[in-house]
Write a protein that binds this ligand. Sequence first.
Ligand SMILES: [Zn+2]
Length: 66
Amino acid sequence: MTIMTDSAHETVAGTVGEDVRTVHRLRVLDEHKRQALCGAGDPDGVTDVWLRAVNCPACLDVHEVA
Ligand SMILES: [Zn+2]
């Protein structure tokens, strides 16, 4: 599996808030802060990194430009 990332931020797969079924692509902003590419969840909300395939259609549709 290849995940395209921009040069500034790593992206990981994970869930946002209470919804543990939808796996988003999360942009790693800093050690403690991650933001779903599709904008799901609260910007300051809890995220959990999972070793699972991303299944959020909106996140899969995001094409980042380096
Ligand atoms: Zn998403």
